[in-house]
Ligand binder design. Structure first.
Ligand code: GTP
Ligand code: MG
Length: 555
């Protein structure tokens, strides 16, 4: 039942039918086959960008009468979609059917005049609904129903999972709870579109695209919004000059390098965001980073934003992850579970440091799925072999070509359950030869390490780079130790069968929920950590076993 639910969410999000997955058609070779599932990553992106361009974001009084609100706005044109959410107040995302409606809306919208303060008269699509007249917008009604934009606390998740009946259901439930909603994705595209209006002051033909977990299928509610200022679409950029005869070209400012050019563009756009961008606060220009960026918080959406430019390889990585995530429903489920497990044990962190990143973890899961006896995922080299002429892509000398038409991909008959895969994932990395081997999803097998970093994961599109270069030995050791502990826990019957009273209120953590329980090592703090190196894991397991025993006695 639960699987079906996840499947339908998945279908909604990805337009991909999972009806042809192994569960329904065992022992048969199959290809992904659906009407909408063939939409490429870029087709989906273009559709959402276009929808966002027809949308506005409106701050509303808490008790806005939804019907009156929509009636009032529809004088500017038909409304396609509207939803409300809470973030430092109530907001509405309103998508009109036609872009022309925005012209009418702008004409009827006032620039505020505020006593003792002055305003920048920038006509953005972030608006406020005012009610100064006799119209009663509340009409005695309660607040509009708000769509959640953040996820539940880990303790609530543990409780929720403990009520499920199998580990497979727990994994599906976690995915369903954490994944981005359709509304949240719309909001992400809208924030990019609002920023584009600012960047358009200099580059009217630019696009700001989300990338990373906002679009790669592995985003969790509350994840950051990675954005990319795309100037490639500016007409004339790739225009070929005639071999003979007259032609015109633009006079342009020149920089010493592509990087210097990116830095100056981001510096200016960052300044505009800071000075003129409504709702954008805490703007930091981090221009000396390997990938220069402008970081800020977008208060109305609650998103932490990273704006980059000239970052086409990252866009390709997002497309690749999206493709892998759509091939088999087990991919996303496993990635969500492993990422959640890693976060619960501080293997990953939102602060940059020597930790394993979510991106690295995702690549590790993909690699593991390529390494099954019957591989669940094809190698990147195979996806390259399947590519058509239009898929050809070379970015800064790196070949980033791979197939975009998923119907060309033949998957193999692997019938492993999510529970088996989770267990095997922990076992696989408990014994992986990290000291000698590099993880390589292009080849789908481990390669000799080309350098001494503790963890080596070859960047799929820039083979000379290690995506986990930042990870130190201690962090890798912690990861391996937790993999061992988790693999062991999943082998114990006490941990991996639901309590007979599941769903009756007596829900001591078991299965995946038990794996997410904080380990004693974190509670013990840094001071005691060295001495108690081996103790915490057993202490934690002891505590969990105790709670499971009590549960048996009570029932
Ligand atoms: P979250 O933790 O949910 O934000 O996951 P994320 O996938 O969005 O990761 P992050 O915000 O750190 O990075 C955004 C994107 O940049 C990733 O999805 C990758 O495409 C790319 N990226 C991040 N780190 C690296 C790296 O070390 N090397 C390369 N090549 N790309 C990276
Ligand atoms: Mg991100």
């Amino acid at each position: 039942k639960c699987f079906k639910k996840v499947d339908s969410c998945f279908q909604r999000k990805f337009g991909t039918s999972t009806a042809a997955t192994k569960t329904d058609a065992p022992n048969k070779k199959y290809t992904i086959d659906s009407k909408d599932g063939n939409k490429s990553f870029y087709t989906v992106q273009e559709e959402k960008i276009e929808q966002a361009e027809r949308s506005v974001l409106i701050s509303c009084p808490a008790k806005t009468n939804e019907k009156k609100f929509l009636n009032y706005l529809s004088r500017h044109g038909d409304i396609n979609k509207c939803f409300f959410y809470e973030s430092y107040g109530t907001y509405a995302v309103v998508e009109f059917s036609n872009k022309e409606s925005l012209v009418s809306l702008h004409e009827g919208t006032a620039i505020p005049s505020i006593n003792h303060e002055a305003t920048v008269p920038f006509k953005s699509r972030l608006l406020s609904l005012r009610n100064t007249g006799p119209v009663d917008m509340s009409n005695g009604q309660s607040a509009p129903q708000c769509q959640p934009q953040t996820t539940i606390h880990i303790n609530d998740l543990i409780q929720r999972l403990s009520k499920e009946n199998s580990i497979d259901q727990q994994i599906s439930s976690l995915t369903e709870t954490y994944q981005l909603t359709e509304e949240n994705v719309c909001l992400r595209f809208l924030v990019c579109s609002l920023l584009k209006d600012i960047a358009a002051a200099y580059f009217p033909e630019c696009t700001i695209r989300p990338f990373g977990s906002s679009v790669n299928g592995f985003g969790k509610l509350g994840c950051d919004l990675d954005m990319f200022l795309d100037l490639d679409g500016i007409s004339g950029r790739n225009l070929k000059r005639p071999k003979a005869g007259l032609s015109l070209e633009y006079q342009t400012k020149r920089s010493a390098s592509e990087r210097a050019c990116t830095q100056s563009i981001l510096s200016v756009i960052g300044e505009c965001v800071d000075q003129f961008g409504p709702g954008c606060v805490g703007v930091q220009k981090i221009l000396q980073a390997r990938c220069p960026l402008v970081r800020f918080a977008h208060q109305p959406s609650g998103f932490q934003c990273d704006l980059t430019a000239n970052n086409r390889v990252a866009m390709k990585s997002s497309e690749l992850l999206y493709l892998y995530g759509g091939l088999d429903r087990r991919v996303r489920c496993l990635v969500f579970s492993v990422r959640c497990w890693a976060r619960a044990h501080s293997i990953t962190s939102s602060i940059p440091g020597a930790w394993i990143s979510n991106f690295s973890l995702t690549v590790m899961v993909l690699f593991f799925l390529q390494r099954r006896t019957i591989p669940i995922l094809p190698t990147l080299d195979h996806l390259k072999e399947l590519a058509g002429p239009l898929d050809k892509s070379v970015i800064e000398g790196n070949d980033c070509t791979f197939v975009s038409d998923v119907t060309k991909i033949q998957l193999q008959d692997n019938t492993e359950t999510l529970e088996q895969l989770l267990q095997e994932f922990f076992e696989f990395y408990s014994t992986f030869a990290f000291n000698r081997m590099s993880i390589n999803i292009r080849k789908g097998r481990e390669q000799n390490k080309p350098e001494v970093s503790p963890l080596h994961i070859q960047n799929p599109f820039e083979p000379a780079l290690n995506v986990s270069k930042n990870v130190n030995g201690t962090q890798l050791e912690r990861f391996v130790a937790l993999c061992r502990e988790s693999a062991w826990m999943l082998q114990q019957r006490e941990f991996n069968v639901p309590h007979s009273g599941s769903g009756t209120g007596n829900n001591a953590p078991w299965g995946l929920a038990a794996l997410l329980m904080p380990s004693v090592s974190q509670v013990a703090g840094v001071k005691g950590r060295k001495k108690r190196k081996r103790e915490p894991a057993s202490e934690r397991i002891k505590g969990l076993l105790e709670s499971l025993k009590n549960r048996e006695v009570k029932s």
